[in-house]
Design a binder for this molecule. Structure first.
Ligand SMILES: Nc1ncnc2c1ncn2[C@@H]1O[C@H](COP(=O)(O)OP(=O)(O)OP(=O)(O)O)[C@@H](O)[C@H]1O
Ligand SMILES: [Mg+2]
Length: 346
């Protein structure tokens, strides 16, 4: 039994348009686990923030990691811990969160996004320089202490893979003139921006890599199981689902590769199924069926481990890797023979 926040369904299945169904589903989506890596990143942001207050030189931080590891979740939680305050003279915004827009050919789109988030009614007007000056003026007026720029990889052109020079130069100038910490967040490919722009590189000596949960040794297994246990305690059911059971946890890691987004995705699908079936927990049946409802292009060779009492994690991972490698090899051989066929017409 769990702390009684959610009542037993008493075997009565819910429909997707029931209020209770929607409420419980939203609840799953909102669960955030403050795991050790989460705490480390959160505290680093807090430290950069605090030590930069009234300092002659602001510190900066770069947080990077694969898709779904939880970068946005952490920085959003940090932003949300500082409410905007309306005063008689204006709005106080202590922390500003901005998503760097895609296809950023010039600094203008980024500048206007920042201005828009600051509440500027004319966020699109002005030259790059004018917009930069307005950002600095508003930052002072709003008593801004920290900016978070998420999706930093959008400073790389998707088609050419070139770093967008004017935008990265503009950003470097902005961080200098604002003299408040600017936290950059993005996919690992954002590292190319630092390699390209030496001046920006020099301003970001502190970089943190956020990684998926591992399962290779006892310590990693324990951390992943604690993550699952905390999620389990937060699930909208009256009964515990035992997700942290060693065998079930190994199955969860196998299908999600320890990436919080994929863990959440399968739990959301399994929650829907359990609610519809009137079951007071997520069981292996719901996980088994949820697995089939989720498509991930990088998991085409994964078997469905749920319901298999003989599941062996390390064997299953090795088999999956072998199949993945054979698949990649056959794909590249196909590509070579197609190219050959085009050159030598029969
Ligand atoms: N600490 C956490 N606790 C619970 N769920 C989490 C946590 N971190 C991430 N998630 C889940 O994973 C999903 C993806 O997380 P998030 O959007 O933060 O990843 P990201 O690293 O920003 O990915 P991307 O690079 O694609 O933007 C979230 O919607 C959330 O459901
Ligand atoms: Mg993100």
């Amino acid at each position: 039994m769990k702390a009684a926040t959610f009542e037993s369904l008493n075997g009565k299945g819910l429909k997707y348009n029931d209020y209770e169904y929607k409420k419980r589903l939203e609840h799953v989506k909102k669960i955030v686990v403050e795991h050790p890596q989460y705490q480390e990143v959160y505290e680093e942001i807090e430290e950069v923030h605090i030590i930069s207050r009234e300092s002659v030189q602001a510190s900066h931080l770069y947080v990077y990691g694969l898709t779904g590891v939880g970068k946005t979740t952490i920085v959003k939680q940090y932003t949300d811990s500082f409410c905007r305050q309306l005063t008689e003279t204006g709005t106080i915004i202590t922390v500003l969160y901005v998503k760097v827009p895609p296809r950023l050919k010039t600094p203008k789109a980024l500048a206007s996004k920042i201005l828009g988030e600051m509440g500027d009614l004319f966020a699109n007007s002005g030259t790059d320089e004018e917009m930069g000056r307005r950002i600095i003026q508003y930052a002072r007026e709003c008593q801004l202490e920290l900016i978070i720029l998420d999706e930093f990889q959008h400073l790389i052109d998707r088609e050419t893979h070139n770093v967008l020079a004017t935008a990265s130069d503009w950003l470097k100038l902005l961080t200098e003139e604002l003299n408040i910490p600017v936290i950059l967040c993005g996919l690992p490919e954002s590292n190319a921006i630092f390699e390209y722009n030496e001046q920006l590189d020099g301003r970001y000596p502190r970089r943190i890599l956020l990684e998926p949960f591992g399962f290779g040794d006892k310590v990693q297994q324990k951390q992943f199981r604690i993550f699952l246990k905390t999620l389990d305690e937060g699930l909208p059911f009256s009964e515990i689902s035992n997700l942290s059971d060693p065998l079930l946890a190994s199955k969860m890691h196998y299908v999600t590769e320890g990436v919080p987004r994929y863990v959440k995705d399968i739990l959301i699908e399994a929650t829907k199924l359990s609610l519809k079936r009137g079951i007071d927990q997520i069981n292996e049946d719901s996980l088994h069926d949820a697995f089939h409802r989720i498509t991930r292009s990088n998991q085409i060779h994964a078997i469905n481990p749920f319901g298999d009492n003989q599941f062996d994690y390390f064997n299953a991972v090795a088999t999956k890797q072998m199949k993945d490698e054979a698949f990649i090899k056959s794909q590249s051989q196909n590509a070579i023979s197609k190219r050959k066929k085009r050159k030598i017409p029969s």
